[in-house]
Design a protein around this ligand. Sequence first.
Ligand code: DND
Ligand code: ATP
Ligand code: MG
Length: 258
Amino acid sequence: MIRTDMELKELTNEICEFIREQVENANAKGAVVGLSGGIDSSLVAYLLVRALGKENVFGLIMPEKNSNPKDEKHGKLVAEKLGINYSIFDITPVLVAFDAGGYVLGKEFDKRSDGNLKPRIRMTKLYYEANKKNYLVSGTSNKSEIYMGYGTKHGDLGCDFLTLGNLFKTEVRQLSNYLEIPREIIEKAPSAGLWEGQTDEGELGITYEKLDQILNLMEKGKEIEDISEFLNVSIEKMLEIMTRISSNKHKSIPIPMP
Ligand SMILES: Nc1ncnc2c1ncn2[C@@H]1O[C@H](COP(=O)(O)OP(=O)(O)OC[C@H]2O[C@@H]([n+]3cccc(C(=O)O)c3)[C@H](O)[C@@H]2O)[C@@H](O)[C@H]1O
Ligand SMILES: Nc1ncnc2c1ncn2[C@@H]1O[C@H](COP(=O)(O)OP(=O)(O)OP(=O)(O)O)[C@@H](O)[C@H]1O
Ligand SMILES: [Mg+2]
């Protein structure tokens, strides 16, 4: 999965071509993206600007009262480096209006329902801006997250196209290095920021480095037992990953109809 600079250049061109096609086919004028200050959304912003031009990309920075201020700083850094239009929209009052746990006095925070509410509120704001500007919404999920269902259904997974949908997280890092995204963003631990101390790797129980090796071999049709032995991962862990993949398939397929 390690790519040469030549391959990364080609990959950049392919993704930019894909973005232009999506926007043109929809007769849209540009794209909007939520800027979290993390690596995925930063890379998406860089690619959107390359594909569409800075005047056709809009960034939304949407912190809440418990967000790490560093993330907002990184979101601004990306928007300003790229020279795109952006706005800052604090979602705390919306969480309060939803009577969310942790945001309303006396109501305890529930990781699942209150955590997932945040990406769903952000998605609504992204579509509000997209409607106004005749833009499309670019999602930021990568292939590792999509396999694992590591994203909120109709939240951050709610979008018009997935710019990074064909890249494993480790490839996102390679491409981000190649496109010279600021180091402090690349080196930050990936986090959905849904609660204090949350990290992707902590919640998934595996590093992206290892996960991507597993997923890559699975895509190549290797047997579970062989992957387990080759990568020195227990059969239990392999089964846990397989179960997670199958129980989250509903997030990335068309909605069932009778
Ligand atoms: N088999 C099935 N067929 C059809 N629909 C099914 C279903 N099973 C559940 N559902 C539906 O899906 C819902 C559960 O899915 P969902 O609401 O997404 O919730 P869930 O999968 O429980 O949680 C989302 C996960 O993604 C992580 N996340 C979220 C957002 C951003 C990021 C990030 O990396 O930035 C990570 C988050 O930390 C958490 O681990 C259920 O309430 C139900 O409505
Ligand atoms: N505070 C925020 N402001 C704007 N958008 C946000 C915010 N938090 C999350 N998002 C949106 O939700 C997406 C999913 O978050 P995720 O954490 O997977 O990606 P990331 O933050 O870009 O990268 P990383 O994996 O490094 O944390 C983000 O890419 C971004 O588009
Ligand atoms: Mg993040």
